[in-house]
Design a protein around this ligand. Sequence first.
Ligand code: SF4
Length: 473
Amino acid sequence: METISVLEERKNQIYRKGRDAFDISCEKKSLAGSVSQRACVFCGSRVVLYPIADALHLIHGPIGCASYTWDIRGALSSGPELHRMSFSTDLSETDIVFGGERKLEQALLELIAEYEPKAAFIYCTCIVGIIGDDVDAVCKKVAAKTGIPVLPVHSEGFKGTKKDGYKAACDALFKLIDLNRKGKGKGIGIGIDKIPLSINILGEFNIGGETWIIKEYYRRMGIEVVSVMTGDGRVAEVQSAHRACLNVVQCSGSLTHLAKDMEEAYGIPYIRVSYFGIEDTSDALYDVASFFHDTPEIMERTRRLVQEEVKNILPELSTLKKDLAGKRAAIYVGGAFKAFSLIKALKHLGMEVILVGSQTGNKDDYALLKEMCEPGTVILDDANPLELAKYVMEKDAHLFIGGVKERPIAYKLGIGFCDHNHERKIPLVGFEGMVNFAREVHATVTSPVWDLVPGKAFNRAIEKERMIPHDAE
Ligand code: SF4
């Protein structure tokens, strides 16, 4: 354990509650050589826009960038599945020397003719930024020829962090909405007034069917969902987003930028919510109901919905909790907002959080995490695999919650893992999502396979021994 050390320049991005003064450094570029868990700017854009299922997603760059993000979210669609194809201009040496604009134009025209998408997103990768292709000019030309919106996404991988990729995706979404508002799109009800009792859901990506669960809650409450950005997304719905009364932002790291732009341009207010865990899901629905206070029936329906749903899931949660109480969990996620909900959900299951970190948190996020955690908890910003391994071992965690890049760390260390990111297949949002989460955590933490990990069986046997009350022996 002591053999893993932390790079000197990284020390101020790690905080231990109760030991250090709180002055965590964050929101900066990753340290060269640290092998950050973060993805690049392009990947940030790709994950946000990817679930728009009737759009063409063309990656302008070498084939490696396309394969890196191919089917990255596995986001489900109730209709078309064009988003699951990974198109690339496959730039090679000759294109890099002589420019890739002609290749891009030709690829776009061919693909639009073949697949008839409702819009096209063109992602700029590192090399495009370096050689200086005029992607905007090509998009404009192809849009004029084909009559569909063709939107450049300025996501050159080297130009910042994943957060800059979110912003590039928000810029493209805003352009798509604004085109329609100005009468140049094909959205629903161009230019007419607001739809009463309506919302947009921002930052929900329908990885395992979450969009459908959340939309059903709102249907039961009597609220119309104009668009979801971007889970099970459709171009025409996104283009109608300016007609909603409220923007409800879930993944705040990725879509708050768009919510702010829409507030400024169309006067649509926004609220931040989370649909993860009983407490946060209930708060989200109540917050939306309160916004429509002029229609008190909505609050009535919301109360009934929450009561019914909570009553249905509590018995199973209590049973699972018996085996999970006292177990230790590590959390490492993209945006810190997700970590807040996970801490509450784990506490609900009687578990202790010993490590929590994020790729893109800001100072306020970390200050709140500090308040929510117990003394001794390690809080990390923009961590690398060695740091995560070090603290997971040092704190003897039973569970790691993260994404695709954290899974091998957990399995190599011989502890349970729960995917809370791109690769999961079951929905973890809402009330039924809380039960799915508890089942998954229970299955992995109590798996007998961990007893076969060298050194683990002995330690855990001692631990179990300690937990048996003397009068029970
Ligand atoms: S955009 Fe750049 S950093 Fe991102 S995958 Fe492509 S080459 Fe790598």
